[in-house]
Design a protein around this ligand. Sequence first.
Ligand SMILES: [Fe+2]
Length: 180
Amino acid sequence: MTEQDAKALAKTLEILIHSDQLDPEKWVNFPEFGLRQYFFWKNPATGASIALLEFDKGGHIPVKHTHASNQFMYCLSGDYEYTDVGLRLKPGTFYMNPKDHPHGPTIAHEKSILIEIYDGPHYYEKPVFHTDETIGGFIAGRTSPGPRWRASRPRTPSTRLPGAEGEGGGLGATKELTRA
Ligand SMILES: [Fe+2]
């Protein structure tokens, strides 16, 4: 982060994270499946999130499963396939799977890096490829009651950065907004 970035971020609620500043401690690891995940942002009140996914070559999600919200992916690099229907995400590909629509299994034909966005909680029940540690509170109806966000912009935002929510170790950076 440049000095200019640091000064700017001290005065705003906006977030800026460069890929070379990711905290190694904040990756959520799924070694059995050749996957790791880094949350750039999540809303503990709704379960919505934005994360970076990295699949090793051969990394995979082993089963068909359903999400409790709409899921969006954007492929930055690699070749990642939803094998049930043969959809392949390659660099520059946008993918969307609607809430409640089963998808998977998947396979990364080569190392694949994707942005993953959910507009709400990820799951109804913990799927087989998650553990209590990795699920990170992303089950519908079990998300944190969280803050009631102020409609107006607070005058003095805190600049507390990573790890605020402490769920699953997955928070890359979350600014603690002033709460109502
Ligand atoms: Fe999925």
